[in-house]
Design a protein. Structure first.
Length: 612
């Protein structure tokens, strides 16, 4: 997500800002920019990496003692030079960087348009800085008071830093819902979305709390509440962490961080979309193609890797809840095998990056054949998002580890909401059933949060696996795709050969592999298939296989048959993949760490596969 940096002091601000932006790269971004005060306001911004920004600035000598910078992960408006931050107000006096979303930006924009303000970008941030300018002019107040008054009118989340052409040594920052840290140096101040940008320059920090703002100047720092302008006593903390760990938010690897982010990422996926009381899914992308959905004969889901696995879960859920035929295909096969596509088909294309070459090519082919394409992507502004007729973003936040984790659970969550929408729309899902499922979806983040406590136990179980050369993952029903996903996670980051199978298929071949050296991970949550899975576990045990079970609390029979048991909370059958996946991600992670593998950047793999 977006990152903010800032500097006010005696040093040359430019290198401080550029280094700070580099440290924020791990957050994921698509453009960056800086604004410096050197008697005037100098703004540079560029789509792409911080390298691109530096190349743009080139050898130009920039001398300034105050400045702000930003890495942008697009939300409002595609990633380009114009939408990149910082944004300047209409009179050219004020400049802002912002992390968050201003939800009431449209009404603020209309107010400003009525006052003859104009806008260059598609961002909510440009609206905010102009609103601040407007408030200052109307109320005839100081900059910090104008910011405070303006922020009291804002609905949404923000961390902002503002500087002004008219105030050579004043920076105003504020936060609500998005993080902001102040670094206190010797006669100088740093700001950052976290302490990464200045961790080598000062260890003294103030964590600004939600609803607080700070005025930084040569006279020091003053902190107040945004709502009532009440002074707050600043508490200075000493940073204990080193640069390496803070870049990964305190986690050893991005993958672990992303696994732990899932309670939040799923909340973000469902926010504003899932309404239990009136049994409604509000997704603008679905509404946009509602006529096509009404006429649809079937749904084709395409994707690659983990996204394809999410598609398989989607097939089970959509067919179950909406009684609409679904086929799931690898995009790479689909695009080359002359498939039968009709104009009454809906093609759902799933991709975290939105840039996977095979998925993109398959979309183009489906469109040429007249099908309606709905994209499920994580990256805003990506090619697949743009190429689709309609779509939904997963809102999982940037996924940096090559092994997909939080993107998968967010994709499954979107697919579950699509199933609810379709089922309700075509009358195959009663209001009661909808509400039962929707209520359970709302409980999933808390259940995952409680499961993260299993981390230590799973680390211990991993010790019994990490020397293995092979592993088998078994699941049934909704959890067959989870078995495939568990096997993919293990093989891609630990280089252990692993296969996922529908548990009942074991008898048709794989059972020949089972001996005392074969770990078999069985996904056996409570639900319709539970008894069948217990029989499958018995079959493995009878052949001396090493059984690791993912099952419900207190399942004594499974426990007695297993060498390792991971007990998980209960949920509805169709939602179990959202829970059963978590221990498999952690298991793969710990096995890979114990094998000393490069977890975040496994050999031969890229995060976004842009060639076929
Ligand atoms: O960005 P996409 O979702 O389109 O990527 C698809 C696959 O390349 C991706 O899921 C890959 O399999 C991951 N490394 C799996 O963890």
């Amino acid at each position: 997500m977006c990152g903010i940096v800032g500097y006010l002091g005696k040093k040359d601000a430019y290198p401080v800002l550029i280094n700070g932006l580099r440290r924020l790269e791990y957050r994921g971004y698509d453009s960056s920019g800086i604004a410096l005060y050197n008697g005037d306001l100098e703004v540079h911004k560029s789509k792409g990496k911080v390298d691109d920004l530096e190349n743009l600035i080139g050898e130009k000598k920039i001398s300034a003692k105050m400045g702000i910078g930003h890495t942008r992960w697009a939300t409002h408006g595609e990633p380009n030079n114009v939408n990149a931050h910082p944004h300047v107000s209409n009179n050219g006096d004020l400049v802002i960087v912002h992390n968050g979303i201003i939800e009431n930006c449209n009404s603020l924009k209309q107010l400003l348009l009525d006052k003859n303000y104009s806008f260059k970008s598609e961002t909510d941030t440009e609206i905010l800085i102009n609103f601040i300018e407007y408030v200052q002019a109307e109320e005839k107040v100081s900059l910090d008071q104008a910011i405070r008054l303006a922020l009291n009118e804002v609905i949404g989340a923000f961390a902002i830093a503002v500087i002004s052409k008219k105030e050579p040594s004043l920076m105003v920052v504020a936060r609500l819902g998005s993080p902001l840290v102040l670094g206190i140096g010797n006669g100088e101040f740093f700001i950052g979305s976290d302490a990464t940008p200045f961790i080598d320059l000062t260890k003294k920090v103030i964590y600004l709390e939600d609803g607080e703002m700070a005025v930084l100047s040569n006279n020091g720092v003053s902190i107040r509440t945004i709502e009532s302008d009440e002074p707050i006593d600043a508490v200075i903390h000493k940073l204990q962490i080193d640069l390496n760990s803070i870049e990964k938010g305190g986690y050893n690897h991005f993958m672990l961080k992303e696994i732990f982010e899932q309670p939040t990422s799923i909340l973000n996926t469902i926010r504003g979309r899932l309404f239990v009381s009136n049994a409604q899914i509000r997704m603008a992308g679905l509404d946009k193609i509602s006529e096509k959905l009404e006429k649809a004969n079937r749904i084709l889901i395409i994707g690659c890797g983990t996204s394809w696995h999410a598609g398989l879960v989607g097939e089970y859920i959509i067919e179950d809840l909406a009684r609409l035929p679904v086929e799931v295909e690898y995009a790479s096969e689909f695009r080359y095998r002359n498939p039968i596509i009709s104009s009454d088909d809906i093609v759902i294309a799933i991709s975290q990056s939105g840039e996977t070459a095979d998925t993109l090519a398959a979309i183009k082919m489906a469109k040429e054949a007249g099908a309606c394409v709905f994209g499920i992507c994580n990256v805003v502004g990506s090619s697949i998002a743009r190429e689709s007729h309609a779509g939904a973003f997963t809102h999982a936040g940037p996924e940096i580890g090559v092994a997909s984790t939080k993107a998968f659970t967010a994709q499954v969550t979107v697919l579950a909401m699509i199933a609810l929408y379709l089922g309700r729309g075509n009358g195959n899902l009663s209001k009661d059933k909808f509400q039962e499922i929707a209520k359970e979806i709302e409980l999933i983040p808390a259940k995952i949060l409680s499961m993260l406590d299993l981390d230590d136990k799973i680390q211990t179980i991993a010790k019994s696996l990490y020397k293995s050369n092979n592993a088998l993952f078994l699941g049934r029903g909704f959890n067959f795709p989870v078995a495939l996903e568990g096997a993919l996670k293990l093989k891609e980051i630990s280089y252990i050969h692993a296969e996922g199978y529908p548990a009942a298929e074991m008898k048709h071949g794989p059972i020949a592999l089972i001996d005392e050296n074969m770990p078999v991970i069985v996904v056996a949550p409570r639900g319709d298939m539970f008894k069948k899975l217990v029989s499958n576990i018995q079959e493995v045990k009878a052949r001396k296989g090493i059984v690791i079970s993912i099952t419900g609390y207190g399942e004594s029979e499974v426990k007695s048959l297993s060498d390792g048991v991971i007990e998980i909370p209960e949920t509805l059958d169709c939602l179990t993949p959202l829970l059963t996946t978590i221990p498999l991600q952690l298991l793969s992670y710990h096995v890979a760490v114990q094998r000393d593998c490069n977890v975040d950047q496994p050999r031969n793999l890229a995060k976004s596969v842009t060639v076929e």
